[in-house]
Design a protein around this ligand. Structure first.
Ligand code: C5P
Length: 241
């Protein structure tokens, strides 16, 4: 399989076509952005940490019965993925109130949400990712009712799997964002699962271990990302595998 041309370049990842029409290469760049692209930087090594964590979680989810786009790791910052027709929805699962939920609604930061809350945003820079509801999703023909049911059920299943895995390694999964696509009519989990797309708190100290460190200047971003990568590869309780 050979990389051919650039298909798409987002804020932190680039997707390339290959000589196999069913396979793309996804490259995690060192770019980091926040606040709708208003804050931007390049942090050496960040792409590798996000690729490592995403690849790990995609493999782990596949082992637990979730269909993902992950095929194999190509190098430290790239992976081969199934070519999906992406659905422009951001599926956000929240276990604890934080971030925009606290800014927009009368929740206290840190308040548990049981059952978890799913929020779906329209992925559109032009429209600034507005929140959708089921009726809007159908009216905009973004997904069918059957697809949406499957997307929500899969997002909740992913939440249970990731939450348990991270909790055993001293990390609280506060919330995260998923994106899905279609492959020959099937719904498949795509995009990434990384410190850019999850909100993670240290279970002991409550310290942020994710992009909030960058968003709000809370300390050393790379140190936080490195901590997550290390904990994820460790055995429950903290011993390194
Ligand atoms: O900002 P907000 O609190 O709505 O983010 C919820 C979760 O979704 C966070 O984990 C954030 O990193 C993720 N997210 C994302 N991409 C976006 C919006 C949110 O990965 N465009």
């Amino acid at each position: 399989m050979k990389q051919v041309d650039l298909l798409y370049s987002g804020k932190a990842k680039s997707v390339y076509r290959t000589d196999d029409p069913g396979v793309y290469i996804m490259k995690f760049r060192d770019d980091i952005t926040a606040f709708d692209g208003e804050k931007k930087d390049t942090l050496g090594g960040k792409g590798r940490y996000n690729a490592e964590v995403s690849s790990f979680f995609f493999r782990y989810l596949e082992e637990h019965g979730i269909r993902t786009h992950y095929l194999e790791s190509i190098d430290a910052a790239s992976m081969a993925v199934r070519a999906l027709e992406m659905i422009p929805l951001e599926i956000i699962v929240r276990n604890i109130a934080a971030g925009s939920l606290v800014r927009k609604y009368p929740f206290r930061e840190g308040e548990p949400l049981d059952p978890p809350v799913i929020i779906i945003d329209y992925k559109s820079d032009l429209h600034h990712d507005p929140m959708l509801n089921d009726d809007l999703i159908f009216a905009l023909r973004l997904a069918t009712p059957e697809e949406l049911d499957q997307i929500k059920a899969t997002a909740l299943a992913v939440n249970e799997i990731l939450r348990e895995y991270l909790d055993a390694r001293g990390v609280t999964l506060v919330d995260f964002k998923l994106e899905f696509g279609r492959e020959r009519g099937d719904i498949v989990l795509g995009d990434e699962i990384s410190m850019d797309s999850m909100r993670l708190w240290d279970k002991e100290t409550g310290a942020s271990l994710d992009k909030d460190v960058y968003r709000f200047g809370k300390g050393d971003v790379m140190e936080a990302y490195a901590t997550v990568a290390k904990r994820i590869l460790s055995r429950p309780g903290g011993e390194t595998a």
